[in-house]
Design a protein around this ligand. Structure first.
Ligand code: SAH
Ligand code: SF4
Ligand code: F3S
Length: 444
């Protein structure tokens, strides 16, 4: 029987994309995917280091994986356990110290090494740990095998790393400096995804709108140029990009929201805080007025555009007045979706050693207040969709017979019950019901 692999992915969409590339590579080596961890000959955890809780989850999962490894060993079965992703880059040898049964630990820029590492482990009976955490001069994208569509919606990484160094954030340390893939590489990958069933492409980068890949003449091109090129490809029905940094939201890109029909009218543009004092301490290159100006320009380019954001509450030095400024910005922009977090001290980042840390109790209270307000706007927007006809891309089956789940242009989840074969199609649906987290509808 073919060897089986199991991958558990934590963290952001970049990790989801990386996991799919690793899965493609393993399939090329003859492994088949399984959703049952206890049947897997190879178990990989793709980890996130962004907040303390995210990193801690890994070690409880590793404990469980070790028990399975021991149990399988009693039946004469070998289980290779690997850890990849941002925790590896941040903790490298610490992982093997804390979990010596881990066979390999590979940082985000070294995934092209995994194939060779697995061959080495398979051939050796003695236990050896492999750790790879370099920031190589070559791009992993040039060495990973060609990928196929992950379904009707596919992620496509066009940029990796970040030079912004927000004072709370580990990403510049775990993913390294900014790197943009060349235009032609991205177009080739987009064509391949479209040829294998993708209808919607989501261009990914930690700071996607600072994209500056080279074209075939060696000239640097921006994200607006790339979006225009991809929008011309045969078979593309929807296009998105994420995550954008406010200060890099240039006019070219904003005009794409006017000119390009298939660019979805939904933009994730994290502000983090509404207080200019806190934004400065965070080393964000925008203040609240800059941010509101960008939002106004987007609305002027396309009045149907709606926004989502990330927020951090309880950043060091945040007072009640600073927090109120965050609530004020939410009331101005009326985000239709958002992620919000309590500030988490990350070792090695400047904010971790700032003196004026906010008490946990206050962070929690502020998060509750903010989330209540955010959910309120989200629910209001969802309810305002009742009676509207929306094109929905169906990409998942639901729990009940005939139930399908899809996404609206605004990334809302929408369920229908149908006898038709609507999977992997874009269908017009009338919205009949709405809650905070999802919509239901009927086909026209
Ligand atoms: N590149 C993106 C997002 C990176 S991480 C951007 O610049 O917006 C995703 C989100 O996690 C961030 O937007 C931020 O809201 C949150 N985050 C990052 N570091 C954090 C920390 N130390 N504590 C709490 N939340 C954090
Ligand atoms: Fe982190 Fe800031 Fe870079 Fe986003 S822009 S990845 S929050 S350093
Ligand atoms: Fe987490 Fe790394 Fe993404 S820290 S949010 S997996 S870039």
């Amino acid at each position: 029987m073919a060897k089986q692999f199991y991958i558990k992915t934590f963290g952001c969409q970049m990790n989801v994309y990386d996991s799919s590339r690793i899965a493609d590579m393993l399939q090329q080596k003859g492994y088949t995917p399984t959703v049952h961890q206890n049947q897997a000959d190879l178990v990989i955890f793709n980890t996130c280091h962004i907040r303390e809780k995210a990193a801690e989850k890994l070690f409880s999962d590793l404990g469980r994986a070790h028990l399975i490894q021991l149990e399988r060993e009693e039946h004469g079965l070998k289980t290779i356990i690997g850890v990849v992703g941002c925790v590896v880059q941040a903790e490298d040898e610490q992982i093997i110290k804390r979990a010596p049964f881990v066979n390999f630990a590979v940082g985000p820029l070294m995934y092209h090494k995994i194939g060779q590492i697995i061959d080495d482990i398979e051939q050796k009976s003695d236990r050896q740990n492999f750790i790879y955490t370099d920031f190589p001069a070559v791009s992993k994208f040039d060495f990973l095998p060609e990928n196929k569509a992950q379904g009707a919606c596919s992620y496509l990484a066009i940029q990796e790393g970040c030079n912004n160094f927000c004072t709370y954030c580990v990403v510049p340390y775990t993913r390294g400096v900014e790197y943009s893939r060349p235009i032609n590489d991205v177009i080739t990958e987009a064509k391949r995804l479209l040829a294998t069933g993708t209808l919607e492409i989501n261009l990914l980068g930690q700071n996607v709108n600072s994209y500056h890949g080279e074209d075939s003449n060696g000239k640097e091109r921006n994200l607006a140029y790339l979006i225009n090129k991809i929008a011309e490809l045969d078979g593309i029905k929807r296009l998105r990009y994420t995550t954008s940094y406010p200060a890099d939201m240039n006019d070219d890109l904003i005009s794409c929201h006017h000119n390009i029909d298939i660019l979805m009218p939904y933009l994730h543009l994290p502000i983090q805080s509404g207080s200019d004092k806190i934004l400065k301490a965070m080393n964000r290159r925008h203040n609240s007025a800059d941010y509101l100006r960008i939002v106004e320009k987007l609305y002027a380019a396309n009045p149907t555009v709606r926004m989502s954001s990330d927020f951090i509450v309880g950043f060091p030095g945040e007072t009640d007045a600073d927090f109120q400024a965050t609530l004020d910005i939410v009331n101005r922009v009326k985000y239709i979706q958002a992620f919000s977090f309590k500030y988490s001290r990350r070792p090695g980042t400047p904010a971790a050693t700032m003196e004026n840390q906010v008490e946990e109790k206050i962070k929690k209270e502020r998060l509750d207040v903010l989330q209540t307000l955010l959910f309120d706007y989200q629910t209001k927007f969802n309810k305002s969709c009742i009676g509207r006809t929306m094109p929905v891309l169906f990409e998942q089956t639901g729990r009940h017979k005939g139930q399908l789940i899809g996404r609206t242009p605004y990334m809302q989840n929408l369920h229908i019950t149908t006898k038709r074969d609507n999977m992997n199609k874009i269908i017009d649906v009338v919205v009949t019901e709405a809650t905070t987290n999802s919509l239901s509808g009927k086909e026209l």
